[in-house]
Write a protein that binds this ligand. Structure first.
Ligand code: KG4
Ligand code: ZN
Length: 322
């Protein structure tokens, strides 16, 4: 079995997965959303302290598996440096005390492997990663063969939901609150479709965000109409750019991963695309869309099979490495 730890942002999670069968034996996650909500975003120092409390708590619950462990998988990049560090410290302590090799897992690759929890991987596949920290289109053809097609020039998709929610005083995280509020609203606010005249495949969310800010400041619109109009345009931009990439690469398989892949309006828009362009569409199970250690264990197994081990002395956090 492999034990995996995730602490890159505001979720503390540990999982245990069987290497051969990829069966998830243990999985627990303690989310800090409530604690950060009143600040309208994640406060790194607070997050770090809460990880330090939660990690040992969860670890004691999976002690019975320690004798069966072959390796420890740990998210060491990208993320908040002070929170990554908490998980890395625990991984090092486990490695030293149980004499286990360490597997360093990139959080973004972890999100891709959220698709394959208790499943075999599917490749090749185009992947849209939409989280709080990233908005990327990737061509995935196995763990060592991932090419970036597009990324964001500024804010990420999830982050723009968080910022709009903050402007409306709705707390953190913004994604689920905005999605809910949008159900009651009408599309009446005129917002720009970013980069529509540029020939490139790129994302940008700062323009929509600023237009939303002006709409709020005008006092002319109801919150639910702001939410509905913003969500529509934010998703339209994802679809617009993804369509360009789909026309260029003609993927047979397409997946949406990351925290924002939980958005049902987003899912239904991509279902329409999948019919138009005839590809198979995949998402992670709802419970694995946001950050979790099960996806880290699953990616860790791929690296375990390639014997991609790292000594605890060489393990470092790399907050900005993507
Ligand atoms: O993957 P994740 O849990 O953490 C990062 O790696 O960033 O993603 C969290 C992000 C937050 O920005 C949150 O607002 C967004 O995902 N999110 C959503 C929805 N649920 C979560 N965005 C849009 N619609 C949702 N339903
Ligand atoms: Zn994430």
């Amino acid at each position: 079995m492999i034990l995996a730890i995730e602490s890159s942002c505001d979720d503390t999670s540990i999982s245990v997965m069987e290497i051969e069968t990829k069966k998830l034996i243990f999985h627990k996650k303690i989310s800090q959303e409530v604690e950060h909500s009143k600040y309208g975003g994640v406060v790194p120092e607070l997050a770090s302290r809460l990880h330090a409390e939660a990690l040992p708590k969860i670890l004691t619950e999976c002690k019975s598996y320690f004798d069966n462990l072959k390796a420890v998988a740990i998210t060491n990049a990208p993320g908040l440096s002070v929170t990554l560090q908490e998980g890395v410290m625990v991984a090092k302590a486990l490695s030293i005390s149980l004499n286990l090799p360490i597997i360093a897992v990139n959080h973004l690759i972890g999100h891709i492997y959220s698709l394959f929890i208790e499943k075999e991987e599917i490749k090749p596949m185009m992947v849209l990663l939409v989280s709080g920290g990233h908005t990327k289109l990737l061509n995935f053809n196995g763990i060592d063969n991932i090419c970036e097609i597009a990324t964001t020039l500024d804010d990420s998709f999830g982050e723009s939901f968080d910022k709009v929610a903050k402007m409306l005083g709705l707390g953190y995280p913004g994604g689920p609150v905005i999605e809910n509020l949008a159900k009651k609203g009408e599309i009446v606010v005129d917002l720009p479709l970013p980069l529509k005249n540029s020939p490139d495949i790129k994302f940008s969310y700062s323009g929509i965000k600023n237009a939303v800010r002006l709409a709020i400041e005008s006092g002319n619109y109801k919150n639910e109409d702001i939410a509905a109009s913003f969500q529509k345009k934010a998703i339209e931009h994802l679809v617009f750019m993804s369509k360009r990439a789909i026309k260029k690469y003609r993927p047979k398989n397409f997946a949406i991963v990351g925290g924002a892949s939980a958005n049902l309006v987003l899912r239904s828009e991509f279902e329409k695309l999948s019919e138009e362009f005839n590809f198979n569409l995949y998402y992670p199970d709802m419970k694995f869309t946001s950050d979790n250690a099960a996806m880290i264990a699953r990616a860790g197994i791929e690296l375990y099979n390639k014997k991609r081990f790292i000594n605890y002395k060489d393990l470092k956090v790399m907050p900005r490495v993507e």
